[in-house]
Design a protein around this ligand. Structure first.
Ligand SMILES: Cc1cc2nc3c(=O)[nH]c(=O)nc-3n(C[C@H](O)[C@H](O)[C@H](O)COP(=O)(O)OP(=O)(O)OC[C@H]3O[C@@H](n4cnc5c(N)ncnc54)[C@H](O)[C@@H]3O)c2cc1C
Length: 498
């Protein structure tokens, strides 16, 4: 009898232990995933709760990875990268179908999920499938797929539930022709024409990807400019290319009404115009997935777009010990920054001292052509009255650019006029999202113009554009201060540079 009682007590304590975690994470997207691994590396007991049947979040299932896989497939099958040499009608595969595009998508997603699940199990992270809700300041209830409920106790929690597409009432979404940015991945046939409502990052990525398939694309945006956080000169170059390709930009007007008649959709614009296409993609914003999380029980209330406020240094919310990271806290809403926020939150929760966050992070837009940027734009420098000079290189000025048949694309660097420190790097064109990291390293390490002039670059590379841009800036800075000694290469490369 005594033995049974003892084992009962031990089991009860064991169960309690089993349901008690140092850190509970809601959501297995980039923020939750990175936070979980960081906490596991600190030997903490970690539980990740995910309501979707597979781990990975929006990033793996409907955002970053699917859209980038689609982009890569489109560029490969359409022969896009070779058209500089073989002409606009060149294609690797004629009659590209949705099945061609989906084939690569499912393989990539399965691989990403495998890697993630393995990472969790290797690091001893417990994974629970179900919908999580706070029931008290240190308890969370999970409703599993078959309705069973389990309560877990935690010391710290991270809310990394991400966002979902914004679906306003005046848009008659039908899942086949009038779609949001999650649904666009499940279309059954490619349209001959597409209207994209919203010229933000997601809208521009899909607009340019579909246009690369020779689908006629119209973009509608209420603001007068697209991607206004990007350097103006880059956007001018980008929009010039889009117009040249026949993408129609309807800027400064709203989509007031969307209707569908037989095979066609019609979008009535606030300026009286009407756009006709076979398909409409509504990509004007996302809202935080904070509903039904029981946030009121821990004293938190999201803003009108469902987003949570956190301390910018630690990502702790107003509820002590409860953190939020990733898209649920708003800008910049990137997988890359979400991961870092998750990691920083965990370090703060477990008193690990972190170096201060870098002042600048890179932004990658995987449109066709791609755009990437870090640091200040010219507009910001003028607003801050920081004296600067710019240096510009065209990718076609590099030998690698010639070999690749690149006719477009530019790299611009901004330098402090007096110290010659790098203040910003802005790239549009092939390889921009990779090339940016050279500029990022130099910028974050307080590099100056001379780094690019004095160091040897592999030849032929697109990275040589940095050297050309630096020499261009040097030539311009020399005009302000004519006594500066001329770098050895300047005479030669400035000829290339025009
Ligand atoms: C089309 C598109 C393209 C993008 N492209 C890029 C890109 O190229 N580069 C880039 O850096 N970023 C990109 N992003 C942004 C990127 O996907 C997000 O920044 C990133 O996914 C945010 O990560 P997260 O951790 O905040 O959450 P998410 O990835 O949104 O994941 C949140 C998870 O929480 C789960 N969840 C929600 N509520 C609950 C609950 N109550 N209980 C349990 N689980 C719950 C959800 O099921 C989901 O799995 C793109 C986004 C979209 C939509």
């Amino acid at each position: 009898m005594l033995k049974t009682l003892a084992s009962l007590i031990r089991n009860a304590t064991g169960d309690d232990m089993q349901n008690t975690f140092d850190l509970v994470i809601i959501g297995s997207g980039p923020a939750g995933r990175r936070a979980a691994i960081q906490a596991a590396k600190l030997d903490k007991r970690v539980l990740v709760i995910e309501k979707f049947p597979r781990v990975g979040g929006v990033s793996v299932h409907s955002g970053t990875i699917p859209s980038k896989t689609l982009r890569e497939t489109v560029l490969n099958l359409s022969g896009w990268r070779e058209r500089g040499f073989y002409g606009r009608t060149y294609k690797v595969k004629n009659n590209i179908t949705v099945d061609d595009l989906k084939h690569r998508l499912s393989q990539t997603l399965n691989h990403e999920v495998d890697v993630l699940e393995h990472q969790f199990s290797r690091n001893g992270v417990t994974l629970e499938k179900g919908h999580a809700r706070f029931v008290s300041r240190n308890e969370i209830e999970v409703s599993g797929p078959s309705g069973q409920k389990t309560t877990y106790t935690f010391k710290s929690a991270l809310i990394s539930v991400g966002t979902k597409p914004y679906r306003p009432d005046n848009i008659p979404f039908d899942g086949t022709h009038i779609l949001d940015s999650d649904e666009i991945l499940s279309i059954e046939a490619l349209p001959r024409s597409l209207t994209v409502i919203g010229a933000g990052v997601i809208g521009m990525e899909y607009a340019t990807i579909f246009s690369a398939l020779d689908i006629s694309v119209t973009v509608i945006e209420p603001r007068a400019h697209i991607l206004s956080f990007i350097d103006d000169e880059l956007i001018a170059e980008f929009t010039h290319e889009l117009r040249d390709r026949g993408i129609k930009l309807r800027l400064g007007c709203r989509a007031e009404r969307v209707t569908r008649e037989d095979r066609h959709c019609f979008v009535d614009l606030s300026d009286g115009r009407r756009v006709k296409s076979e398909m409409v993609l509504y990509a004007a914003g996302r809202v935080g997935a904070s509903a039904d999380l029981g946030l009121e029980t821990i004293g938190l209330s999201p803003d009108s777009r469902g987003r949570l406020k956190t301390d910018p240094a630690s990502f702790e919310t107003e509820a002590s010990g409860v953190y939020a990271a990733g898209d649920i806290i708003g800008f910049p809403s990137l997988a890359s920054t979400s991961m870092e926020q998750g990691r920083i939150a965990v370090c703060h929760a477990f008193d690990l001292i972190n170096p201060p966050k870098p002042e600048h992070f890179p932004y990658g837009i995987y449109s066709v052509p791609e755009i990437s940027t870090i640091g200040y734009t010219e507009r910001e420098l003028r607003e801050k009255r920081i004296p600067y000079e710019s240096g510009v290189a065209r990718l076609r000025e590099t030998s690698r650019g010639h070999i690749m048949g690149l006719q477009r694309g530019m790299l611009k660097m901004l330098f402090h006029l007096e110290t010659q420190k790098i203040l910003g790097v802005h790239i549009v064109g092939e390889g921009a999202t990779e090339l940016i990291h050279i500029g990022q390293a130099a910028l974050v390490l307080d590099g100056t113009l001379s780094y690019f002039i004095d160091n040897v670059f592999n030849y032929p590379t697109l990275a040589e554009a940095y050297k050309i841009a630096a020499l261009d800036a040097w030539n311009r800075i020399a005009l302000h201060a004519p006594v500066v000694a001329e770098p050895a290469e300047s005479a030669e490369l400035s000829i290339v540079n025009g």
